[in-house]
Design a protein around this ligand. Structure first.
Ligand code: NAG
Ligand code: NAG
Ligand code: NAG
Ligand code: NAG
Ligand code: NAG
Ligand code: NAG
Ligand code: NAG
Length: 765
């Protein structure tokens, strides 16, 4: 997962959301249009015919693109053709592009949009995530996970990209063991997954494993026998061994300010902790406060945990009272991201030594050394703090509580740490703990459905075995074809961007230089380990067949190692990432993008380029957009051209100019149309290299390409909400006068005439 805070993302893409202009309701214009334009129909069709005839006689691409291709019969293709069996063919209903609600013929618009909306979590970095993962990330799955499995004969939708990746990992982890070919590391990952999937064994042992661990850690004041363990020692132990951060959280990432300069230095980052209860923000007083109405349920939750741990229920009152009092006191000094952003509290650079002076209650050096062992961490190292006032306040609070409670032996600081540990370990305990937590999060208004077990297990396995899994996905799914796709898409993207017209003379030099210097590569490339090295990486892991709790503890240790590798090498393995990111001079293309149904090495290239090629182009454009859209004229001019084209065919030409588009929609229209052009150009490039390809459902190359684009943009586009019309309309624009299309996309019911060169880019000619 991306450990990088998504702060800068939030700063540059502040998507304004507005109601979509409703394209339905155009019916009444049909007749009018029929009258107005019918005479030009003949001319348009004739023109297109002549044009495409002329184009046919040129190179291998132009002579072949419309021919029927041999069918692809690989198992992956047979599965993929199910996705195309529905009516995702933009040419089958040329009149419907404005009613056409991504496939089901007009009725599912809102459903379609709704579905895509939930995707935002895939990009959220630590900073954003922490407010939403009170439940330890256990219940963050949306209903549509299994949407594509509906076998009621209706259209088979593409899953969202994240789900597709998770399912691919599941298949890898569940694949039958194939004797010698499997590495020791792979065996371990599979064993972890298997013990995680076994729901029975934690039930048999109940809370015993946790109590044993608690004993090893010196007990706690709640059930007599606390060994008065040292505060700093326990804190360092929890941070280093158990991925538990009770008073503040720690992760690794770069500084967006430096990233702009092409640096890829990674820093230790220190942030507010995750609290287990909702916090309200009062924007008038600019203060946080634990939501009062959830304090009682939270108190009950604490009591229920203690009862599950065998503490007599008449003895929970005092400890739960102290626990809640301490947590809510700490929460007072927290602030939501937008406020910290506005107060410039993010990315505060400070040495560990200075941090020690400002917040003396924590032994920072010892705690950070434990978190990043075996890396050396020293007093003079810089760390980035995301809310220094909180950290100072937290330190004061800890000192105060330390003094107040030392005499009484109630150890509330220690109890607080153990509750944090319990929270970390709940996924490995028997289901009563999980259900208790789940009931509390439902009581606080969490409406998300519970994640299926396999999904939790895939995510856990990935936390420990990310390097192995990325490598395996790379070996099985993202081979030579993936590298070619990346290369072709980036080359056409450069071509597209060098064609832009700029607002002034200087900007293109800087931007084009940057784009030339960036080097797109697969995420596994710098971290490419052979099987021997992979086995070595996991050598110390010794998993049990039965004892999931002990396996889970080892997974937490693997996660710690991953954190310190990230700090030392700065290379993210990004096992679960699905969007490209910039790191220094590299554009990292995560291997997780290359999973079916979006990509397969045996698919027709028309499908790979139409589907993943266009998604990748879109992602890359979004990545580079902040610089382009301020400097280039095209996003505005091209999107307005497309928009008036849209208005002219749906609303009648006299209405052109009546509606304008917000700038975020302008950008999105430009990005999506450019992505279509870039992907098509990339496919053409690939086709010029090897002028043969296979196909599905008897479609011609170009037909399959355009259908794939339509399909994926409809089903799995996370930016869909910013489009003012259905993306299939972009195919109409492309086809309206380019002669690219297998047949004219003109609607015979209302003749249309377009200016010949309307909205076309030079690159495709
Ligand atoms: C308590 O602490 C003492 C001294 O640090 C140690 O010898 C003993 O083993 C500890 N007991 C437990 C139960 O951890
Ligand atoms: C709780 O109840 C048990 C027996 O029922 C008793 O021994 C113990 O003293 C009680 N504890 C408190 C704090 O009242
Ligand atoms: C933790 O260690 C620091 C640095 O040694 C010390 O100043 C602080 O008092 C300790 N905290 C507690 C609560 O003992
Ligand atoms: C921490 O901050 C809160 C809110 O700003 C304040 O009420 C409280 O007194 C502070 N605590 C300490 C120990 O300074
Ligand atoms: C959770 O809530 C359900 C329904 O209210 C209840 O039946 C169940 O016993 C609760 N489980 C726990 C562990 O509290
Ligand atoms: C794997 O890499 C290591 C070091 O890079 C090398 O020593 C070893 O021979 C390689 N093993 C295989 C099987 O390629
Ligand atoms: C014109 O549209 C109607 C429905 O709006 C449809 O039934 C008819 O087949 C269309 N005619 C042509 C020639 O496409």
């Amino acid at each position: 997962m991306d450990e990088n805070p998504a702060v800068h993302q939030e700063m540059v893409t502040t998507p304004e959301e507005q109601p979509q202009p409703n394209p339905v309701g155009c019916n009444k214009y049909r007749r009018l249009l029929l009258l107005v334009f019918s005479f030009s129909l003949f001319a348009a069709v004739l023109g297109l015919g002549v044009y495409s005839h002329l184009q046919k006689t040129a190179d291998p691409w132009t002579s072949k693109w419309k021919s029927a291709a041999p069918p692809c019969l690989s198992p992956a293709c047979l599965r993929a053709s199910e996705h195309f069996s529905g009516g995702m063919d933009p040419f089958s209903r040329p009149c419907d592009y404005f009613l056409f609600a991504c496939g089901t013929g007009g009725s599912s618009t809102s459903e379609g949009r709704h579905r895509v909306k939930g995707l935002s979590y895939e990009d959220s970095g630590e900073l954003e995530k922490k407010r939403e993962v009170r439940t330890g990330g256990l219940v963050r799955m949306r209903r549509e996970t299994d949407v594509q499995e509906n076998s009621d004969g209706r259209l088979d939708k593409f899953p969202d990209r994240k789900t597709a990746l998770l399912k691919t990992i599941k298949e890898i982890l569940e694949a039958p063991e194939e004797g010698d070919s499997m590495t020791a590391a792979e065996q371990k990952a599979k064993k972890y997954f298997k013990t995680c999937m076994d729901a029975e064994s934690p039930e048999k042992v109940g809370s015993k494993p946790f109590l044993t661990l608690l004993q090893q850690l010196g007990g706690w004041a709640v059930s007599n026998g606390w060994n008065q363990t040292d505060f700093n020692t326990t804190l360092a132990l929890l941070m280093g061994q158990y991925s538990t951060f009770p008073f503040f959280s720690v992760y690794v990432g770069s500084d967006p300010g430096e990233e702009q300069m092409g640096s890829n230095q990674h820093y230790i980052q220190i942030d507010e902790p995750q609290f287990q209860f909702p916090i309200d923000w009062n924007s008038k007083t600019q203060k946080s406060k634990a939501s009062t109405r959830y304090l009682r349920p939270f108190y009950m939750l604490c009591g229920q945990y203690l009862v599950l741990l065998g503490v007599p229920s008449n003895e929970t009152t005092q400890h739960c009272g102290l626990y809640i009092s301490l947590s809510t006191t700490l929460a007072l000094a927290t602030a939501p991201l937008h406020y910290r952003l506005s107060q410039k509290l993010l990315y505060h650079r400070i040495t560990i030594q200075d941090l020690q002076t400002l917040a003396p209650a924590i032994d920072w050096l010892a705690c950070l050394q434990a978190t990043f062992q075996p890396l050396p961490v020293s007093q003079s190292d810089l760390v980035l703090v995301h809310n220094l006032p909180y950290i100072i306040n937290m330190s004061l609070t800890i000192s105060k509580w330390q003094v107040q409670h030392e005499m009484m032996g109630t150890g509330p600081l220690h109890t607080h740490m153990i509750f944090s540990l319990l929270h970390t370990l709940i996924p490995a305990l028997d289901s009563r703990f999980f259900q208790t937590m789940r009931n509390f999060s439902i009581a606080t208004g969490d409406t998300q459905e519970e994640m299926p077990r396999w999904l939790r297990c895939v995510q856990q396995t990935e936390r420990g075995f990310d390097t192995l899994l990325s490598q395996t996905i790379r070996e099985r799914h993202a081979q030579k074809e993936a590298e070619e796709l990346i290369h072709d898409v980036y080359s056409s993207l450069k071509k597209k961007l060098s064609d832009l017209s700029w607002r002034d003379d200087r900007s293109p030099v800087f931007i084009l230089k940057k784009i030339k210097s960036l080097n797109p590569r697969l995420s596994t490339e710098t971290n490419n380990l052979n099987h021997t090295e992979l086995n070595h990486l996991y050598a110390e892991v010794d998993l049990s067949d039965k004892d999931f709790f002990s396996n889970y503890l080892q997974m937490l240790v693997l996660e710690q190692k991953r954190r310190s590798r990230l700090l030392s090498h700065g290379t993210q393995t990004d096992g679960l990432s699905i969007t490209p990111s910039i790191s220094g001079n590299d554009i990292i293309i995560p291997v997780g993008m290359f999973v079916s149904p979006f990509f397969h090495s045996s698919y027709p290239r028309a499908l790979n380029y139409g589907t993943l090629g266009s998604l990748m182009a879109k992602d890359l454009l979004h990545l580079l957009l902040p610089e382009i859209h301020t400097q280039a004229k095209n996003p505005e001019s091209e999107s307005m051209c497309i928009w008036s084209h849209y208005l002219s065919v749906t609303k009648g030409s006299e209405r052109v100019g009546t509606f304008s588009l917000s700038s975020s929609k302008q950008q999105e229209v430009w990005v999506q149309y450019s992505a279509l052009q870039v992907a098509l150009d990339a496919y053409k490039m690939s086709f010029m290299r090897h002028s043969a390809d296979s196909s599905l459902s008897g479609l011609s190359y170009i037909h399959l390409f355009l259908s794939s684009f339509t399909k994926v943009t409809c089903d799995a586009d996370s930016y869909h909400d910013f489009m003012p019309f259905e993306p299939s309309f972009l195919v109409t624009v492309l086809c309206s006068n380019s002669g690219f299309c297998p047949k004219p996309l003109t609607c015979l019911n209302k003749s249309q005439s377009y200016p010949r060169e309307m909205c076309q880019s030079r690159m495709l000619h």
